[in-house]
Write a protein that binds this ligand. Structure first.
Ligand code: NAD
Length: 485
């Protein structure tokens, strides 16, 4: 029998009464592995009510007691990471090594939030005037919700949840409906092993309607969203219009710039990981590789040679470098993008549609696909979100920087060079939130903000680090005077 997933509300597992369900499939096999309920508005309201009720006492308990469960969670996740990672590979398709890596990043997020005692301290100034002191008190705000994407089903919700609860807010996660099993497992761990009062952290399953209800709910203080740009833009304006705190981390189209001085053999495995890791379904994935000057012909040749070496297979198989894409719809969309790329004049240097994966002929596999393409083509200008990469040449670094800045997205860009001056010029010139030097996946550690500019981010305070602490806590300013005796 298919496992039907549950909501975790007010410290207990609840069956959704919704008739509306969605099948969760293993993308390597096209096999149904679970059913996720698309919860009703009433169920969302019950979830908000539980979180609201918990806020009253949670926001008032000693700060050290609020951190204690996070330490327990770090240990619990370490103990169970292999089990959770196997489930992640099964529902998402990413290779097991990447799933484990994602779990390790998730743990680092929770560890990072354990430092909230330090980052959430107030300020104090004595004698701002005679006998008058001024200080800030940092205060939790209430109930926050996160709306999550499919591509990092374990990690992304934990860019937010641990800081929200450490600050004293209560939290609701709307898991992603395509890959909801991973968070179900993490919440099982929370339920069984972590000493958190009921309602402090809640999980609700569902699709866009659940997200929409959370955004308009009057008792939700703020929303964090990670997902595509059109949805994020809409959510940003809807939430802001209601006076809520909101931050939306959205789509990307990332450039990797290869300078003429580079030894290609020493950087190519890093470039491959950026372009084809997670089957290109990463907001930090390299999508466009620009060769500057005379390096281009060698870059094209070496790139194709290495791309041919990538082992495409079911994520648990030994030696697999890249698994399937997440769904049949995603595969069809990518195939149609390839067609359009050809119609628009792109030169297909490597066609991933030819891939066959033995034993998994129903899987949603697309092999590494490489175009020689130009600005003005959809595959070059839009977020493709799959294992499709465009190569192009430019004459100078300035030209590369200009091209990057003309792109509507601003999530990540990297330069490969041994020349410090070129790297500095690049960093200074690009309007990009996460910049890499000789690194193609610029994933900030938990104690730094996750960058993002232009159409890749809507908001002001970012996820992770001090920014997220400021997002979840308000500052009350007190100016006080005591009369002299
Ligand atoms: P998506 O926008 O389709 O969905 C994201 C979430 O939003 C889902 O939980 C979905 O149910 C919900 N949703 C959809 N429409 C909604 C609406 N109208 N109101 C409220 N909620 C709604 O994104 P996806 O396909 O799951 O994820 C891939 C996208 O996420 C890519 O664009 C990728 O670049 C982006 N992403 C960005 C970052 C970043 O840090 N910038 C990180 C990871 C993923």
């Amino acid at each position: 029998m298919k496992k039907r997933l549950k909501n975790y509300v007010g410290g207990e597992w609840r069956n959704s009464g919704s008739e509306d369900v969605r099948e969760v499939k293993n993308p390597a096999k096209d096999e149904v592995i679970a059913e996720v309920p698309l919860s009703s508005s009433e169920e969302v309201d019950e979830c908000v009510e539980a979180a609201k009720e918990a806020f009253e006492s949670w926001s008032n308990i000693p700060v050290t007691e609020r951190i204690e469960p996070l330490f327990e969670l770090v240990h619990g996740l370490k103990d169970q990471k292999e089990r959770i990672a196997r489930g992640l590979t099964e529902e998402h398709g990413k290779v097991y090594g990447s799933a484990l890596g994602e779990l390790e990043r998730t743990i680092q997020m929770v560890e990072g939030a354990c430092a909230t005692l330090e980052s959430n301290k107030g300020d104090f100034t004595e004698n701002v005037s005679a006998n008058i002191d001024e200080y800030t008190v940092r205060r939790p705000l209430g109930v926050f919700a996160t709306i999550a994407p499919f591509n990092f089903p374990a990690m992304v919700p934990w860019w937010y949840a641990p800081w929200a609860v450490a600050v004293g807010d209560t939290f609701i996660l709307k898991a992603n409906e395509q890959c909801p099993i991973t968070q179900q497992r993490i919440f099982e761990l929370i339920d069984e092993k972590i000493d958190l009062p009921d309602g402090v952290i809640n999980l609700i399953n569902g699709g866009k309607e659940v997200g929409e209800r959370l955004i308009i709910h009057p008792d939700i203080e703020g929303i964090t969203f990670v997902g595509s740009t059109p949805v994020g833009k809409e959510i940003y304006s809807q939430a802001a219009d209601r006076g809520k705190r909101v931050q939306c981390q959205t789509g990307a189209n990332n450039f990797l710039v290869v300078m003429p001085d580079v030894d290609l053999d020493s950087v190519m495995s890093n470039i491959m990981n950026s372009c084809f890791g997670n089957a290109g379904q990463r907001c930090l994935a390299g999508s466009i590789v620009l060769g500057v000057g005379e390096i281009y012909p060698e870059l094209e040749e070496t790139f194709i040679d290495h791309a041919r070496e990538i082992e495409v297979d079911q994520g648990m198989e030994e030696g697999a470098d890249m698994g399937p894409v997440v769904s049949k719809e995603a595969l069809e969309r990518l195939e149609s993008d390839i067609e359009q790329g050809l119609q628009e004049g792109g030169e297909l240097l490597m066609d991933g549609r030819e891939i066959e994966v033995e034993g998994y002929d129903q899987g949603y596999f697309l092999g590494p696909t490489v175009f020689k393409a130009k600005k003005g083509m959809k595959i070059f200008d839009e977020e493709i979100f799959g294992p499709i990469v465009c190569l192009d040449s430019v004459e100078t670094l300035d030209e590369a920087v200009e091209m990057i800045n003309e792109d509507k997205y601003g999530n990540a860009a990297s330069i490969y060079t041994e020349k410090g001056g070129a790297a500095r010029e690049f960093r200074n010139g690009v309007k990009i939130g996460n910049v890499g030097v000789n690194l193609g996946v610029v994933a900030p550690m938990s104690y730094y903000p996750f960058g993002g500019m232009k159409d890749s981010f809507f908001g002001d305070l970012h996820g992770q680090g001090k920014d997220i602490v400021n997002f979840f806590a308000d500052r009350q300013v007190v100016i006080r005077r005591w009369m002299k005796k």
